[in-house]
Ligand binder design. Structure first.
Ligand code: PLP
Length: 420
């Protein structure tokens, strides 16, 4: 193990802080290290292995597809891509899908779609007269609009949309953005759940409002129902697209197929990735029918996007998620986990429980989250902290009640002894 870790230090760029463990195998809710020890996984590769590791339906679909056809590129037609697009479309916005390979790429496509939409609309309204202002106090990246009106994108502070330059420009977290400035122009940020702030920033230069229904990487912060409704109304009023980044919340994580279903607020564009490929890389951008043809031939692309293997895996994932009773079981288990965590709060061990379905977080009174995660690993439980006080839970959706109890029992002991 030390050898592999040393080699990482030598050959892999140091962009991640890793836990000192090398995994060689996964099965269901467990990962196994080189010694064969099993670790209960409450991170799911950051909400990727939502059906559990190496789910048999995914393995079967991938094996069959790999043996048949691995890649053609998008100059030709293949069956798995359109099968998956149909399943996504019919279960969500009813429009068309663009496939890519990651969450950032799915959002990149949504951003380009919004910019193109804005440009089309500005063209309809008359000739462009010059740069429109986006230099308010929350402005992320400067005011050079390249001469395009209706180009501004509003996103939420503490959100996370990816690490490419466009998605980083939408990711309103100063520490992540600072080293890479200047960012893309035209991004403005508003505080989460602050309707007045959104109202103040909205004008006809805005082409999109982009948000996570539950901020994930930022620490599991659900948006208020009233906020989502206001965002919908303001976007419609200003002819801007409402983009929901469901890269983390989508595909059953919150107990519905897509988190927007809890609110009934329907976006114009939705992005997916993470668990869509059953742990193979894939991203998807879905536009409602009215916006499905905004991006035309030659305007966007991805050599790997929509490849047969990742899409065959995605079809298997969608079938599992939409099987009778599956999502209801996620809601039930989420409520159970919440109730168990609620007892920790009643006992004064934590200050808050947040989240939806099996996307949950607890807030600690003291900055002990990293220490608790390290202790957990020692006890063969995989946890993740998003800050020094926040522990996030993203167990596989096939987690069992006994596993939820085991993790909360560990937390009870660890947090009690940290108080001694
Ligand atoms: N959007 C959200 C909501 C995410 O949680 C993430 C990743 O954590 C991304 C986008 C970026 O996805 P990827 O790492 O696949 O580019």
């Amino acid at each position: 193990m030390t050898d592999i870790i040393q080699q990482y230090e030598k050959y892999i760029m140091p962009t991640y802080g890793r836990q000192p463990v090398v995994f060689v195998r996964g099965n269901g809710c467990y990962l196994y290290d080189e010694a064969g020890d099993a670790y209960l996984d409450f991170v799911s590769g950051l909400s990727i292995s939502n059906l559990g590791h190496c789910h048999p339906a995914v393995v079967k679909a991938v094996q069959a597809q790999v043996a048949e056809l691995i890649h053609t590129c998008n100059l030709y037609y293949t069956k798995p891509g359109v099968e998956l697009a149909k399943l996504i479309s019919e279960n969500s916005l009813g429009g068309k899908v663009f496939f890519s390979n990651s969450g950032a790429e799915a959002n990149e496509c949504a951003i380009k779609l919004a910019r193109k939409y804005g440009r089309d609309k500005a063209g309809e309204a008359g000739p462009v007269t010059g740069p429109s202002g986006d230099t308010g106090p929350g402005s992320g990246a400067g005011s050079d609009s390249g001469g395009a009106a209706k180009h501004c994108i509003i996103s939420l502070e503490n959100g996370f949309h990816g690490r490419t330059m466009a998605t980083l420009s939408a990711t309103a977290q100063p520490a992540k953005q600072e080293p890479f400035k200047p960012l893309l122009p035209g991004f403005t940020y508003v505080p989460r759940n602050d309707i007045s702030a959104l109202e103040r920033e909205m004008d006809d230069d805005v082409c999109a409002v982009m948000l996570e229904v539950v901020q994930g990487e930022g620490g599991v912060w659900p948006l208020d129902q009233t906020y989502l409704e206001a965002a919908r109304e303001l976007a419609t009023r200003h002819d801007a697209l409402l983009i929901f980044d469901e890269v983390q919340t989508g595909l059953g994580r919150t107990g519905k197929l897509f988190a927007y279903e809890h609110s009934g607020v329907i976006p114009d564009v939705m992005t997916l990735a993470k668990s869509l490929g059953g742990a193979l890389p894939i991203g998807a951008t879905i536009a409602a029918p009215a916006y499905s043809d905004v991006l035309g031939p030659g305007m966007h692309g991805s050599t790997f996007g929509g490849g047969p293997v990742a899409c065959a895996a995605g079809v298997a994932v969608m079938r599992e998620l939409t099987a009778e009773g599956f999502l209801a079981s996620v809601e039930t288990k989420g409520e159970y986990m919440r109730s168990l965590l609620g007892k920790l709060q009643d006992d004064g061990l934590i200050t808050e429980v947040r989240g939806m379905g099996l996307m949950l977080a607890i807030e600690l009174a003291e900055p002990l989250a990293a220490e608790i995660v390290t202790q957990a690993l020692g006890q063969k439980i995989i946890l993740n902290n998003t800050s020094d006080r926040t522990i996030r839970f993203l167990p596989p959706l096939v987690v069992e009640e006994g596993m939820l109890e085991a993790v909360v029992e560990f937390l009870q002991t660890a947090l009690s002894s940290s108080k001694d």
